[in-house]
Design a protein around this ligand. Structure first.
Ligand SMILES: N[C@@H]1[C@@H](O)[C@H](O)[C@@H](COP(=O)(O)O)O[C@@H]1O
Length: 244
């Protein structure tokens, strides 16, 4: 099934739509298993969710939060790490308890074992109810870089140069990042709902390829063309050049 396309006039409207998807799921299923990304794209959504939570409009007290990905070598205390940013922008402000949070430890001594730990937890929870994704400039979903097999669950990935370069924006000073630890394409494909968010003109060619390229592991975002229930939330700039 082709992903549903929803285009909003600006970043704020797109962020609101994404926040509404999370809130709608929580009101239908308070125990939902939700996997959310770090990165720049979801910041507006987090802001709306934090404020809705403060106003008592939504209740995160029973949900389970799964972290999408992490840089290998990074833990919660490390500036620029995914857990660090998510803690600051979302997990702490909404008061999620530690027992509700499942996150890759980028500092795990045995990263393969860490992947198995996450795979086991996600499987034990019955899979993901909702996964929200950003998209990388090379079409990566989470840190599933080009070439990742479609049947991958959690794994360690070798980052492409473009991911290392773009990733510098999360750090205060130049930082070496070389590998990621990430949920796999199969987690994404088995999620009951998958939402991809993209904003800004730099992402327009990425979105065009994600929708128009034949489904290929060379461009991971094309996987969503075969998802049973996928939706793209785009602002007008990211949607330039696509028919909707
Ligand atoms: N690890 C993250 C991904 O989880 C994120 O979704 C994507 C897009 O990031 P941004 O939203 O900053 O463009 O790339 C980053 O490298």
């Amino acid at each position: 099934m082709k992903p549903k396309l929803n285009v909003y006039q600006d970043y704020k409207a797109m962020s609101l739509a994404a926040a509404e998807r999370v809130m709608a799921l929580l009101s239908k299923k308070p125990t939902a298993v939700i996997c959310l990304p770090s990165g720049s794209t979801p910041l507006g959504m987090f802001e709306i969710l934090v404020s809705a939570n403060q106003k008592g409009m939504t209740d995160f007290s029973q949900c389970v939060f799964i972290g999408l990905d992490e840089w290998v070598g990074f833990g919660a205390e490390d500036d620029g790490g995914c857990r660090n940013l998510l803690n600051k922008d979302f997990l702490k402000p909404i008061g999620l308890r530690e027992d509700q949070i499942v996150f890759f430890d980028g500092k795990a001594i045995d990263p393969e074992e860490e992947c198995m730990r996450i795979n086991k937890i996600v499987a034990g929870l019955g899979g993901l109810d909702l996964i929200i994704l950003g998209v990388g400039m090379n079409g990566h979903l989470a840190l599933n870089e080009p070439g990742t097999p479609w049947d991958s669950y959690a794994h360690v990935s070798e980052l492409e140069n473009v991911t290392k370069e773009v990733g510098q924006k999360y750090f205060k000073r130049p930082t070496v990042i070389s590998q990621g630890i990430t949920v796999g394409i199969r987690h994404i494909m088995e999620a009951k709902t998958a939402i991809l968010m993209a904003s800004g003109s730099a992402k327009a060619p990425v979105i065009q390829r994600a929708l128009a390229f034949p489904v290929t592991t060379a461009f991971p975002a094309t996987a969503l063309q075969n998802h049973m229930n996928a939706e793209f939330l785009l602002d007008a700039e990211a949607a330039k050049g696509i028919e909707h």
